[in-house]
Structures are given as structure tokens and as C-alpha cells.
Design a protein around this ligand. Structure first.
Ligand SMILES: [Zn+2]
Length: 307
């Protein structure tokens, strides 16, 4: 696949399940001649201070302050939203919502620990912290606390500790744990999405193939009406190439923006945990014009020219 000229879906080690550094993306984006990137941490904007520090040193690469916020619909479904163009210093309701996500990460992690302990397994908050310390930099734990753990790493740990026979037992084990200690849902879409939009951000439904049951019009319309999203991530590592033009046509039909990103989580040259090896920076089939349209609605950091 040829490199795209931008990538609006990236995770660093400030996401609970990623290991790449902010510096890796700037370095690699410059090498690949990307004109724009968005670092979209799961549930937080905690990498923004590092982004703000590095951006002036790589003025060729524009950066849109962003996050990936997972929300719960009225029907209880979980949906990931790539939120582009967030304020560098969130205030008011958006600040409150981001604080909710910080709390959610710790509450969710604690519910997994408590559920496992209820089943008789030694997976205390302290054990979970020790596991987080094996792959997360100290600075991220200092800011985010004892969060949940990347699934692949937690799965291997459960096997190593004898909580289950093989990795196949992971889903069933977590479901049994949740029967004892309910796992908290993501914050409500009805609260999160307006907070993003009122702060000037764009809410883009991420990698929608599952949410849309490929391209079931009824599901697409229902989610568009409930969530009021501003756009669709039409190109992504997980989206079959034949669906990208279908999603783009739907955007055009409804006056929505189109976004694209790789969802890269790790530097392939330094990925000891084998996290998302198929998601590589700049690898997607999104078109240049989509970024032009997005940049009419959101601003990259001021010290980085957009074009
Ligand atoms: Zn993502």
C-alpha cells in the first residue's frame, strides 16, 4: 500500500495499550513526508504537553490536537470516536469529561481486579500496577494512576499466573469476573460528543465497519441520528478497501467529513509485546482532499503550518 500524506489516528505510550513515543511519530512522519498527523490517545489528551514541545522542532508536520474517546450509546453499545481539533487547554465541560475518563480507566481496571479476586485469583490492584510497570513509562502511571491493562499483555499474564489454561480462556474469564463485579461502561455519548463539539472539536466515528455491520444503511442512519457525528473514519487498517468509497459516498450524501488513519500503536522496530503489528504509520487509502476539507474546520497547532 502506498503511504498516505497524513495520519489522523495514532496512539503513543500515553494510551494504556500503546508503546510508541511522541518523538517516534514526529521523526517517522517527517521521514515519510506526512503533512499532518493527529495523536489520538485513548480517553485522554495526556500526550499534549510532549506534542507541544516537539511540534516547533518539526514544523513540516502539522499536528491536530486530538483524542479517541470511547462512548456508550443509549442502547448500551460501545463506540470509539476520533475527536479532532480539541483545545490545547480543555476547560469547562470538556475538562470535566476528560476527568471522567481518567477516573473510568482506573475504575475499569479496578473492576477487572476485583472480579478476578472474587473468583479466587490473586490479581489485586498492586499486581495490576506491577504489570502496568512492565510496559508503561512511569510518567504515564503518575498522571493516569492504576489503569486497565493492554489486552494481549494481560492475557499472557493470566496464562503465566495459571488463572486460565490457554489464551482462549481470556474472554470467558473476563465475562465470569464481570458477573461478580460489573465493569463500568464508557461515559455516555450524549454527554461526551456535545462536550467535544461545543469546545470546537469534530467527533468522527472511528473504524465503523463493525458498528455499521459493514454498510447497513439502517445502522448507519441510526448511529448518525443518535450520535450526531461530524464525520466518518472512511479509511483505516481494519476497513476493507471496497467499503472506503461506500463510506465516503455516505459522507458526501449527508454533508459529513471524511477522516483516515492507521491506528498505529507501536514503533515496528521496537515492539517487544507485538502490539497491533499490522497498523503502521501513514498506511491507509484516505485521499488528500479529505484532509483539505477537515482543515477548513479544525486548526493544527499554530507553530506548524497546515500545508
Ligand atoms: Zn485507536
Amino acid at each position: 500500500m502506498p503511504n498516505a500524506t497524513y495520519d489522523l489516528h495514532l496512539h503513543t505510550h500515553w494510551s494504556y495499550d500503546a508503546t510508541a513515543s511522541v518523538a517516534y511519530y514526529f521523526r517517522c512522519a517527517q521521514r515519510l513526508n506526512l503533512r499532518c498527523i493527529a495523536i489520538t490517545e485513548h480517553h485522554t489528551v495526556d500526550s499534549l504537553p510532549e506534542v507541544l514541545e516537539l511540534a516547533p522542532k518539526k514544523p513540516e508536520v502539522a499536528v491536530i490536537p486530538s483524542a479517541e474517546l470511547s462512548v456508550t450509546t443509549s442502547g448500551g453499545a460501545a463506540i470509539d470516536m476520533v475527536c479532532l481539533g480539541l483545545p490545547v487547554t480543555p476547560v469547562g465541560e470538556l475538562r470535566t469529561v476528560l476527568d471522567l475518563y481518567h477516573q473510568w480507566q482506573c475504575d475499569y481496571g479496578a473492576s477487572v481486579s476485583a472480579g478476578l479476586q472474587a473468583l479466587g485469583y490473586d490479581y489485586s490492584d498492586k499486581r495490576r500496577l506491577e504489570l502496568l510497570e512492565t510496559y508503561r513509562p512511569r510518567k504515564t502511571i503518575d498522571v493516569q494512576g492504576i489503569t486497565h491493562v493492554q489486552n494481549g499483555i494481560q492475557r499472557k499474564y493470566f496464562v503465566a499466573e495459571g488463572f486460565m489454561e490457554s489464551e482462549d480462556g481470556y474472554g470467558p474469564l473476563l465475562r465470569r469476573a464481570a458477573e461478580h463485579v460489573p465493569q463500568p461502561p464508557y461515559p455516555a455519548a450524549a454527554r461526551v460528543i456535545p462536550a467535544v463539539q461545543n469546545a470546537g472539536g469534530l467527533a468522527i466515528i472511528a473504524h465503523p465497519t463493525g458498528y455499521f455491520a459493514r454498510n447497513d444503511r439502517r445502522r448507519m442512519d441510526a448511529l448518525r441520528e443518535e450520535l450526531g457525528f461530524d464525520g466518518i473514519e472512511c479509511a483505516h487498517t481494519s476497513i476493507p478497501h471496497d467499503l472506503t468509497p461506500v463510506y465516503r459516498a455516505y459522507c458526501e450524501e449527508h454533508g459529513l467529513l471524511s477522516s483516515a488513519g492507521s491506528d498505529c500503536h507501536a514503533d515496528p522496530a521496537d515492539n517487544p509485546y507485538g502490539i497491533a503489528p499490522q497498523n503502521a504509520l501513514g498506511q491507509h487509502i484516505g485521499e488528500d482532499v479529505w484532509l483539505d476539507e477537515l482543515l477548513e474546520r479544525v486548526n493544527p497547532l499554530p507553530n506548524a503550518p497546515a500545508t
